[in-house]
Structures are given as structure tokens and as C-alpha cells.
Ligand binder design. Structure first.
Ligand SMILES: Nc1ncnc2c1ncn2[C@@H]1O[C@H](COP(=O)(O)OP(=O)(O)O)[C@@H](O)[C@H]1O
Ligand SMILES: O=C(O)C1=C[C@@H](OP(=O)(O)O)[C@@H](O)[C@H](O)C1
Ligand SMILES: [Mg+2]
Length: 184
């Protein structure tokens, strides 16, 4: 068994990634799960599979409140079963019920990034409906203000800069190892 697999076993709980759009939850989550040899699940992808349409289409047809209801239900279902790495959508941890569930049942990791980096990392694709309603930088800045105090409730905070995803994964593993150490 590798040291990473031993770490996953010691933790014995799912690892849930939270943070703003573009912080890298989906990208880093997949790589983290591969290192820990556990399943990787992305709540946005699961939502789309359950809804039968993209998140953008869902927002356009049913609106954000309906998306949030569905997201809450999907995450409750995904939290069941074997420990895994779960990448959430950026708004998931803002929901009080989902936040309580994650804090109760899993290890939460906030991937924190500054505004410039978030703008840069979200600029390439247009699958995020919230960023299409105005200037992405202004929207992300507003969301930072509203959400950072809530993301701060996560068990672990990892700062990501302009670095390869593998570096962010290594930072998370270091923090998880510290968390898993027996208390003296
Ligand atoms: N260190 C890094 N961590 C995560 N993503 C990175 C990193 N460096 C570059 N990226 C890129 O930034 C984007 C992050 O997007 P994504 O993983 O979808 O974020 P989120 O799921 O948090 O919205 C991806 O295109 C990814 O390739
Ligand atoms: O921050 C948000 O409210 C959202 C983030 C998105 O996921 P990512 O954070 O993975 O981009 C997706 O769930 C949806 O577009 C809404
Ligand atoms: Mg994502």
C-alpha cells in the first residue's frame, strides 16, 4: 500500500472540495482521488446526469433556486457510501444544510485563490451561467465577499497560485496528513 493509500484509509471519510468557480475543485479533485486511489465524483456532472441537461440549460429553464434544491439533494446522495473525493459546485457549501452535512460527515477542503487567478481560470470556458450575467470579475469579486466567510468554515484551507494542479494536490495531501496525525 502506498503512503497516499494509507493516508486515505487513516482519514476514513470522504474529502469534499469547496471554493469559488475556477479555484480548481474539479481539476484537482480528479487528481487527488487518483493519488488516494478512491473514487472521484463531481456534483455538477452528477447534477447534469440526473437532470438530463447542462447546468446552463437548467438555469435558463428552471432558475437558480431550483438548481440549488436539486444540488442539495444530489450532494446528500453522493455523500453516502464509501469514502471518496467529491468536487462540489461553488455554491454548494453556501447552502446551510449541505454545509452542515459536509462538516458532519466528511473532511472539507477550501481551495482558496485570489481574484486575478479566478478570472483567468474561468475565462476559457462559458459553461458557468452565473458568470454570463455581467462582468465576470465583478461577479467573482461579489461572490468572494459573500462566500469566503462560509468557505472559511472548512476543515482545511489550501492556497492555490499559478501552479500546476499536481502542486495544489500535493499541498492538500500535506494538510490531510497533518489532520490525520494522532493528537498527542
Ligand atoms: N493548480 C491548479 N489547480 C486547479 N486548476 C488549475 C490549476 N492550474 C490551472 N488550472 C486550470 O484551471 C481550471 C480550473 O477549473 P475547474 O477545475 O473546473 O474549477 P472549479 O471546479 O473549481 O470551478 C481548469 O481549466 C484547470 O485546467
Ligand atoms: O459558484 C456557483 O454558484 C456555481 C459553480 C459551478 O461549479 P464550479 O464551481 O465547479 O465552476 C456550478 O455549480 C454552477 O455554475 C454554479
Ligand atoms: Mg467544478
Amino acid at each position: 500500500m502506498t503512503a497516499d493509500e494509507e493516508l486515505a484509509e487513516r482519514l476514513g471519510r470522504s474529502i469534499v472540495l469547496v471554493g469559488l468557480m475556477g479555484s480548481g475543485k474539479s481539476c484537482v479533485g480528479r487528481r487527488l482521488a487518483a493519488r488516494l486511489k478512491v473514487a472521484f465524483i463531481d456534483s455538477d456532472a452528477e447534477f447534469e446526469a440526473a437532470a438530463g441537461c447542462t447546468i446552463s440549460d437548467y438555469f435558463a429553464r428552471f432558475g437558480e433556486p431550483s438548481f440549488r434544491d436539486g444540488e442539495r439533494k444530489v450532494i446528500a446522495r453522493l455523500m453516502e457510501g464509501e469514502p471518496k473525493v467529491l468536487a462540489t459546485g461553488g455554491g454548494a457549501f453556501v447552502d446551510p444544510e449541505t454545509r452542515a452535512r459536509i462538516k458532519d460527515e466528511a473532511i472539507s477542503v477550501w481551495i482558496r485563490a485570489d481574484l486575478d487567478l479566478l478570472v483567468k481560470r474561468t475565462s476559457g470556458r462559458d459553461h458557468r451561467p452565473l458568470l454570463k450575467t455581467g462582468d465576470p470579475r465583478e461577479i467573482l469579486a461579489r461572490l468572494m465577499e459573500a462566500r469566503y466567510p462560509l468557505y472559511a468554515e472548512a476543515d482545511i484551507v489550501v492556497d492555490t497560485t499559478d501552479e500546476p494542479p499536481e502542486v495544489t494536490v500535493a499541498k492538500i495531501i500535506d494538510q490531510l496528513a497533518i489532520l490525520s496525525e494522532p493528537k498527542a
